[in-house]
Design a protein around this ligand. Structure first.
Ligand code: ADP
Ligand code: MG
Length: 155
């Protein structure tokens, strides 16, 4: 399923359950069902790294989870981006642009919330290291992040 990478994607940030911030202290910007449906169906569930940009703001490192959405009884995927940057405010309704570059690990179950949080912290550190590699840094400057939003959802 790596043949789809790098994968460029753009869409509105919608509300989820609020669990990212509340329970984990790690907010994840959720894409709408429509954007998720436009993903290649054989991109595996798991944790990925790449670059992200809100509106026409700066491009930041990100980690992304592709998983099963409990709200839809796990029959639909959810795609959630944690941007490795401190934002002053929420950005619901804004357009999030991302490029997914590589996979960190597949989806896993954890025996405790602490174990899950420490795994995510490790994922974030791994994403930071990967994205500092010259071949990955290159994509930060991709024109995709500087083009007008237009109607493009994926390309
Ligand atoms: P929800 O379940 O609604 O997605 P979260 O607890 O996952 O709620 O928080 C996600 C929201 O937090 C995002 O939609 C965004 O507006 C905001 N946010 C603030 N900082 C970040 C960040 N660094 N990465 C992702 N989202 C962030
Ligand atoms: Mg979220």
């Amino acid at each position: 399923a790596m043949r789809h990478l790098p994968f460029f994607c753009r869409g509105e940030v919608v509300r989820g359950f609020g669990r990212g911030s509340r329970e984990l202290g790690i907010p994840t910007a959720n894409f709408s069902e429509q954007v998720v449906e436009s993903f290649p169906s054989d991109i595996s569930t798991g944790i990925y790294y790449g670059w992200a940009c809100v509106g026409n703001g700066d491009v930041h490192k990100m980690v992304l989870s592709i998983g099963w959405n409990p709200f839809y009884k796990n029959i639909k995927k959810s795609v959630e981006t944690h941007i490795i940057h401190s934002f002053k405010n929420n950005f619901y309704g804004e357009i999030l642009s991302i490029v997914i570059i590589g996979c960190i690990r597949s989806e896993k179950n954890f025996s405790s919330l602490e174990a899950l949080i420490s795994a995510i912290q490790e994922d974030i550190e791994e994403a930071k290291r990967q994205l500092d590699l010259p071949e990955h840094l290159k994509l930060k400057e991709d024109n995709f992040f500087h083009l007008p939003e237009g109607k493009t959802v994926n390309h």
